[in-house]
Design a protein around this ligand. Structure first.
Ligand SMILES: Cc1cc2nc3c(=O)[nH]c(=O)nc-3n(C[C@H](O)[C@H](O)[C@H](O)COP(=O)(O)OP(=O)(O)OC[C@H]3O[C@@H](n4cnc5c(N)ncnc54)[C@H](O)[C@@H]3O)c2cc1C
Length: 390
């Protein structure tokens, strides 16, 4: 009986676990997740406008037991690749334990790292984003109660988790402030460390939408300092803010860095062979992996299927699941008229082509927002083995 331990019960981790539970007989599959629930990412920004409810995007792990997957709740703080051990702490009982593995899959996603931004230690609490359950709630409260001022939205250098999320934040801020009838009392400034908004395939359309919404766009500017009511970029420009939605640079959790598997992202042999260069029995999937692709749910899931295939191959199972790197994505662009009915852009990226083939529909549509919801719900139902009662 092989012990397969998967760190992270999100999109990548549950993707590997559910596929192996189906295809690999005689294996113990254990998923370790630090919380006893999963909070999905893609529609989190709609918490701001009240178009999404927490109950629809949170899933528990109870139903995956029926698939033969064992879930352990604990925070992994160390791995020992030479002795094939994972160390985790259980915060509720203040205890620690270790688990041995034959194969280890790392899919803990990323952490947000503001440590290189001067003043971050002192003023981190001034910042919010759409990225975490708590912070998106604070951002919502600030956008719905402030009377005037400047909203600064920031995207760090790519790759970071969910390319369009900063643009979505700026457009949803515009929507809420317009709905409240106070838009003319606010400036919205999107500062981007990249030469255009991400993903590049829709940057030209976003530029036009920003012009209509009166959102100021500053590109090629990296934030290096944060103060109580201002940020400063590398070239010395200072921007005052009243509401700050600054995405910090992303990197892998510390236990991966400390095990020498790579930083800021974990090294893999190739997008199709996700084993770490040094260890045949450790594979990395999802946002934590250093892949030449955007960091999003589709890539996380597709990489999980390549990893599952590799484990099946190493275990002598000839059957494989069919997978390739290509996806359709949607970016929320809010509502220019200030109705709480978000429109979206649709884009596609086929990474099997060289250079990658990108396409888009330049017209924002309401139906794309609904398609994104269906897509997200379908993933959650598949990976967590139940549908939410609407
Ligand atoms: C606001 C937002 C908007 C997004 N929008 C989109 C979108 O529109 N389209 C799209 O395709 N993607 C989108 N994404 C990105 C998508 O959610 C991620 O790319 C995807 O979830 C990555 O999968 P993952 O398995 O790498 O990480 P996750 O799904 O985040 O799973 C990681 C899991 O590991 C757990 N974990 C972390 N550290 C530890 C540890 N030390 N010990 C134990 N467990 C640990 C976490 O609790 C989590 O459950 C969005 C994400 C966010 C946050």
């Amino acid at each position: 009986m092989k012990n397969i331990v998967i760190i992270g019960g999100g999109i990548g981790g549950m993707g590997v676990a559910t596929t192996l539970a189906q295809k690999l007989k005689n294996a113990n599959i254990t998923v370790v997740n630090k919380e006893d629930f999963y909070f999905a990412g893609p529609s989190r920004p709609l918490i701001l406008t009240g178009e999404q409810r927490y109950s629809r995007i949170i899933r528990g792990y109870e139903e995956v037991g029926k698939l033969g997957i064992n879930v352990v709740i604990g925070n992994v703080y160390k791995i020992d690749p030479d002795n094939r051990k994972v160390y985790l702490s259980d915060s509720s009982f203040n205890s620690t334990r270790e688990i041995s593995y034959d194969y280890l899959v790392l899919s803990p996603g990323i952490v947000f790292d503001g440590s290189k931004i001067t003043g971050y230690d002192k003023y981190w609490w001034k910042n919010t984003t759409v990225y975490d359950p708590g912070r998106v709630n604070v951002l919502k409260q600030r956008l719905w109660t402030a009377e005037k001022g400047t909203v600064v939205v920031y995207a760090p250098k790519a790759p970071y988790r969910c390319a369009p999320a900063p643009t979505e934040t700026a457009m949803l801020a515009h929507t809420i402030l317009s709905y409240r009838g106070v838009r003319n009392k606010f400036r919205i400034i999107h500062i981007d460390a990249n030469d255009k908004t991400q993903p590049p395939v829709i940057a030209d359309v976003i530029k036009q939408i920003y012009e209509k919404a009166g959102i100021e766009l500053v590109t090629n500017q990296e934030i290096v300092e944060i103060g109580e009511n201002y940020v400063v970029t590398k070239s010395g420009e200072k921007y005052n803010y009243d509401i700050l939605a600054m995405l910090e640079p992303n990197k892998v959790p510390r236990f991966i860095e400390e095990s020498g598997l790579g930083s800021p992202f974990a090294d893999v042999r190739s997008p199709q062979d996700l084993r770490t260069p040094k260890y045949d029995d450790i594979l990395v999937v999802g946002d934590a992996a250093k892949l030449p692709f955007p960091k999003n749910q589709e890539i996380a899931f597709e990489s999980s299927q390549f990893a599952a295939n590799k484990i099946l191959e190493m275990e002598g199972v000839s059957e494989k699941v069919s997978v390739q790197y290509a996806f359709v994505g949607w970016a929320y662009v809010g509502n220019l008229e200030g109705k709480l009915e978000t429109y979206s852009l649709q884009f596609q990226l086929d990474l099997t082509k060289q250079p990658p083939a990108a396409a888009k529909d330049p017209v924002m549509k309401r139906e794309y927002t609904l398609q994104k919801d269906n897509w997200e719900q379908a993933y959650l139902s598949r990976l967590f083995n139940y549908k939410v009662i609407e």
